[in-house]
Design a protein. Structure first.
Length: 248
């Protein structure tokens, strides 16, 4: 299935990404700060910053927090300097895993990430070892109760989206990264209620995980990575039957 990401769906269903609001705010503040540092503090002229601020508003981040993060990025007020790093490796069952990090201490971060992989019978690989298995896409989640598939398909494709994928509890609109903001704004103007909206790494193909022990180890690895303070996003190319997911 185009754009299928089991880990993204699991996180969405479990509410893992929203359960720890402080963690969400920390990640978004880092993203806003780095986006402002790299592209300037003008939201209208900085698409990455605009996307980060939009996401921050959807989780009700206070305006003062957003403004302070932008000023840290532009240097108007003092703040930490974060490096963006992409770690790549293989988890249990040969599942490809991408770990997006922002850190002020590379040595600490790589040691922790390597430990998590080794602990779960996986291994941290070299740069480029698995990134080719993913495509960078804009992803926007829509609840099924909000709009019909036909209406969403017409609206999204007309705005420039590449595809609309049906999921268990809703739809996922996929876009090219450069069309993400245009499609998101079109859906917003049409009154469509959106959930998670972000630039993500979507697997081109998936690996079926059927063994319960492998599934448990894989879930533990992904959860450990997600919980780390330096980790912004985790992507993996596995598929798993819902009944197995329920068992673990």
């Amino acid at each position: 299935m185009a754009g299928h990401s089991k880990w993204a769906n699991i996180k969405h269903r479990k509410g893992a990404a929203d359960a720890k609001r402080g963690k969400i705010f920390t990640r978004l503040i880092k993203e806003i700060t780095v986006a402002a540092r790299m592209g300037g503090g003008d939201i209208d002229g900085n698409p990455r910053l605009r996307a980060a601020v939009t996401t921050a508003k959807t989780v009700n981040m206070p305006k003062d927090n957003i403004a302070r993060a932008i000023k840290k990025g532009t240097g108007e007020i003092e703040g930490e300097v974060y490096d963006e790093i992409l770690y790549e490796g293989y988890g249990p069952g040969g599942v490809a895993v991408l770990v997006e990090c922002m850190t002020d201490n590379r040595n600490r971060t790589v040691a922790d990430i390597r430990h998590f992989f080794a602990k779960s019978n996986g291994n941290l690989g070299e740069s480029g070892c698995v990134a080719w298995m993913f495509d960078k896409k804009g992803t926007i989640r829509i609840e099924k109760s909000d709009i019909s598939e036909e209406e969403l398909m017409d609206l999204a494709l007309e705005a420039g989206a590449e595809d609309v994928v049906e999921e268990d509890n809703g739809f996922q609109v996929l876009t090219a990264p450069e069309e993400f903001e245009t499609v998101r704004e079109a859906l917003e103007q049409a009154g469509v209620t959106m959930g998670d909206a972000e630039i993500s790494m979507v697997p081109k193909n998936t690996i079926e995980v059927t063994d319960e022990n492998v599934a448990k180890s894989l879930m533990k690895l992904l959860e450990n990575l997600e919980d780390h303070d330096d980790v912004q996003n985790v992507h993996a190319n596995f598929d798993m039957d819902d009944s197995l997911m329920e068992n673990i």
